[in-house]
Design a protein around this ligand. Structure first.
Ligand code: TRP
Length: 339
């Protein structure tokens, strides 16, 4: 019998709306592939979502369910993966406070992802919670001693911070924590249908995993193409065309052929968009079907989340005891019964 313990992965999303094709190729697809080989933890990071949605609490519970459904519908198997809700693991909050002692404010201020997001949200000043969310993310990753964190490039600064905190903690107290590695998906970032360099939830330029076929088609047909190509016989430049970027990501079999025809002016944008739409549908249809299956069984989804959260919690309780012992905050005058 193979007694070797599986390595653990932690990854996840903020529940701030449905997930889109950019999430799919950037991380979900990878997640599904990895769940067979790794003990996979998937965090629904609702506390992190509060950093930008603290004034809209009514949005959150719907989005928590949506993100869980998105994961299940792309093929995350609850028998293999542990889906859990961040706010239900109080040890993450506790760890965040302790880690807060090991990170300076300047380090947080220089985090490039945080800076970009501040600009994107138009924040001139920033809350303590927002500035500190990478510290909380370090707690997400380390409470379960994750070995690997599959993420997109924008998350790398957070992972570097996590690794720094782990090294500092282990040096200062005792080697309790595991230093995680990033597992970068090597796909290029997906552009939005408006040609913006990023498909983003808050940019309104996404194709969502739960968009109906009709909506997907409309979005593809409204997507920006090579602006210099006016007549069908004009020679196109696929390098600047959103639709071609999607062919590359979702229609790899035909992409090079389409590229040649576009350059030669022998395929029009309409035919090109039609071919993309059918390639996308081939991929999206099974995802929609699985979504429907789970949507019709909300009790089952609740159970999946409940069991996942319970499992994550028991792991957190164990790690927390080790951490408190390492930090000597397990005082004998009071700790006899603490778990
Ligand atoms: N920051 C991630 C995002 O914006 C979500 C997230 C929260 C996460 N905690 C995590 C990702 C831990 C990887 C590991 O999508």
């Amino acid at each position: 019998m193979n007694m070797e313990k599986k390595k653990r992965i932690l990854t996840g999303d903020r529940p701030t709306g449905n997930l889109h094709l950019g999430h799919y190729i950037g991380s979900l697809q990878n997640r599904v592939r990895l769940q067979d080989e790794y003990d996979t933890f998937i965090i629904v990071a609702d506390v992190q979502a509060l950093t930008t949605n603290f004034d809209r609490p009514e949005k959150l519970s719907q989005d928590v369910m949506n993100v869980a459904l998105d994961n299940l519908s792309v093929g995350i198997d609850p028998e293999k993966a542990t889906i859990f809700i961040q706010s239900y693991i109080p040890e993450i909050a506790e760890l965040t406070v302790y880690y807060g002692m090991l990170v300076t404010v300047n380090t947080l201020r220089h985090n490039p992802t945080v800076k970009t997001e501040m600009q994107q949200y138009g924040y001139r000043d920033v809350t303590y919670g927002f500035l500190g969310y990478p510290v909380s993310q370090a707690a997400d990753i380390t409470f379960c001693k994750a070995d690997l964190v599959p993420v997109g490039e924008d998350q790398l600064p957070h992972l570097e911070l996590t690794r720094k905190i782990v090294r500092r903690f282990n040096d200062l107290y005792s080697p309790v924590l595991v230093e995680p590695q990033a597992l970068l998906s090597n796909v290029p970032r997906l552009v939005g249908i408006d040609g913006n360099s990023k498909m983003g939830k808050s940019l309104g330029n996404g194709i969502y995993l739960n968009d109906e076929a009709k909506v997907v088609k409309e979005k593809i047909f409204s997507a920006v193409t090579d602006p210099n190509r006016i007549k069908i016989t004009d020679k196109g430049n696929p390098q600047v065309c959103t639709v071609f970027a999607y062919h590359n990501s979702f229609n790899s079999e035909e992409a090079s052929n389409i590229q040649e025809m576009c350059r030669a002016g022998s395929i029009g944008c309409v035919a090109c968009k039609k071919s993309l739409t059918s390639a996308l549908e081939k991929m999206l249809e099974p995802i929609r079907e699985r979504r429907k299956y789970f949507e019709e069984k909300p009790e089952m989804v609740n159970e999946i989340i409940r069991i996942g959260t319970e499992r994550a919690r028991s792991v957190a309780v164990e790690t927390m005891a080790e951490i408190r012992a390492a930090m000597r905050i397990d005082y004998t005058c009071i700790d006899s019964g603490r778990k």
